[in-house]
Design a protein around this ligand. Structure first.
Ligand code: AMP
Length: 377
C-alpha cells in the first residue's frame, strides 16, 4: 500500500516512521529540495500547482493526505480527480482561513473569542471599538507559530500593527484577547471505515479522541505539552469531545483533526484547528496506545483505529532554533529524543523530546532537567 503525503516536513517524516511497521510505503511532494521526509522516502520536488508533477506524484498511490495545511486547495482538487484524498478539500479550505474557521465554530455553537474581519484601516478602528482592547490582530491566512499576529493594548498600537501585518493588501481579522488560565488541545481521529468495518461499527464511522493536553506557548510557538492535561473534569472533557465531533461531522472529516482551545474559568473557547497531525500530539508516540501518526494513516486508509488511551504520563518539549547536545538529552532516562534533520535557524522546530513515565509525579525532576538543558542551548 502506497501513501502520498503533501508536505515533507517533520510531520510527514513521523507519519512515514509510523507507517513502516504496517508495511506502508510513502511518497512525498514538497517544493523544498531539502525537506526532512526526503531522508526516508521518495520525494517529488515540484510546485504545488504543477499539473504534470501532480499526475506523476499520484501514479500508483492508494491514498493522498497532507502534513501541511497551506497546500493550495486547487492542488488538492486536481489530485482528488486522480486518487482518494483525506481530509477533503473543504476541511482544508476552512482551516486555511481564520475567518472561515471562526465563522464555522460560531455556526456549530463552538465558543470562540469575538472576532471581526478587517479589510481597511477604518474597519480596524471600528473593530477595535466594538471588540475592545486588548485584542489580537491576525492575518486571515498563512499565519502559523505566532507569525502574522500582533497584540493591541492601546489605541496608538493600531497603526504600527496595521502596517507590520500588511493591512490593506492582505485581509486581517481582529479577535478579542482571551485572558485564559491555560491552553489545551484535543486531538480527534475519524476513520473512513467502509465495507466490513462499517458493519463492525454498526454503520457508523469510527471516531476516537486522545486525552486533553495542556500546552504552553512562547512567542506564539508551542514550547511544552503535558499529557494527559491535569485537572480535567468530565464536563470539560465532554465539551472538548463535542466540539471536535461537530467539526468532524460538519466537514465530513477523515483523519486526525486537532483543535486548540483556551480555558477561561468554566469556558472553553476554540482558537484554531489543524486538519492534520499536530505538534501537541507528538507525545502519543511514546505516551498513547496508538500514536496520532499511526491512527491518521489507519484513518485515511479506512483501517480500524487503534486505542487512544494514554499510558502513564508524558511531557513534550520542542527543540526550537537550537538543540542541546544529544548525549546530554539522552542522559535523562525518561527522555525520548526526536531529531528532524533540519538545519538550525532561529524559531525553527528542529526536534522534540518526550519524557515518559508511569505517573506525572515521576516527570517533575526530569522535566526540570530538560527545561534547564533546553534553556541553555
Ligand atoms: P495562533 O497562531 O492563533 O495559534 O496563536 C498562537 C498563540 O498566541 C496562541 O497559542 C495563544 O498563546 C496566543 N493567542 C492567539 N490568539 C489569542 C487570543 N485571541 N487571546 C489570547 N491569546 C491568543
Amino acid at each position: 500500500v502506497r501513501v502520498g503525503i503533501l508536505g515533507g516536513g517533520q510531520l510527514g517524516r513521523m507519519l512515514a516512521l509510523a507507517g513502516y511497521p504496517l508495511g506502508l510505503q510513502f511518497r512525498f511532494l514538497d517544493p523544498a529540495a531539502g525537506a526532512p521526509a526526503g531522508h526516508l522516502a521518495e520525494l517529488t520536488n515540484a510546485d504545488w500547482l504543477d499539473r504534470e508533477a501532480l499526475t506523476r506524484f499520484a501514479d500508483g498511490l492508494d491514498v493522498v493526505t497532507y502534513e501541511f495545511e497551506n497546500v493550495p486547495v486547487d492542488a488538492v482538487e486536481m489530485l482528488a480527480e486522480l486518487v482518494p484524498i483525506h481530509p477533503g478539500a473543504r476541511a482544508l479550505r476552512v482551516a486555511q482561513s481564520r475567518l472561515e474557521e471562526k465563522s464555522c465554530f460560531t455556526r456549530l455553537g463552538i465558543d470562540t473569542a469575538s472576532f471581526q474581519p478587517v479589510e481597511s484601516r477604518a474597519e480596524l478602528t471600528d473593530a477595535a471599538r466594538s471588540i475592545g482592547l486588548p485584542a489580537v490582530l491576525k492575518t486571515q491566512r498563512l499565519g502559523y507559530d505566532g507569525k502574522g499576529q500582533a497584540v493591541l493594548r492601546a489605541d496608538d498600537e493600531l497603526d504600527p500593527a496595521w502596517a507590520s501585518l500588511g493591512g490593506g493588501s492582505v485581509p486581517l481579522i481582529l479577535e478579542a484577547f482571551v485572558p485564559f488560565q491555560r491552553e489545551l488541545s484535543i486531538i480527534a481521529v475519524r476513520s473512513s471505515a467502509g465495507g466490513e468495518d462499517r458493519e463492525r461499527t454498526g454503520g457508523r464511522d469510527e471516531t476516537a479522541f486522545y486525552p486533553l493536553v495542556e500546552n504552553v506557548h512562547r512567542s506564539g510557538i508551542l514550547h511544552r505539552s503535558i499529557a494527559p492535561a491535569p485537572r480535567v473534569d468530565a464536563r470539560l472533557r465532554e465539551r472538548a469531545d463535542a466540539y471536535a465531533t461537530r467539526l468532524l461531522d460538519e466537514l465530513d472529516y477523515v483523519g486526525v483533526l486537532a483543535l486548540e482551545l483556551f480555558q477561561e474559568g468554566d469556558r472553553l473557547l476554540a482558537n484554531e484547528m489543524a486538519p492534520r497531525v499536530h505538534n501537541s500530539g507528538h507525545w502519543t508516540i511514546e505516551g498513547a496506545a496508538t500514536s496520532q501518526f499511526e491512527n491518521h494513516l489507519r484513518a485515511v486508509l479506512g483501517l480500524p483505529l487503534g486505542a487512544t488511551a494514554a499510558i502513564g504520563a508524558s511531557a513534550m518539549i520542542n527543540l526550537i532554533g537550537a538543540s542541546p547536545p544529544l548525549p546530554e538529552l539522552l542522559r535523562i532516562p525518561e527522555a525520548h529524543v526526536h531529531v528532524y534533520g533540519k538545519s538550525a535557524r532561529p524559531g525553527r522546530k528542529l526536534g522534540h523530546v518526550t519524557l515518559h513515565a508511569a505517573d506525572a509525579e515521576s516527570l517533575v525532576r526530569p522535566l526540570q532537567e530538560l527545561e534547564r538543558l533546553v534553556a541553555r542551548s
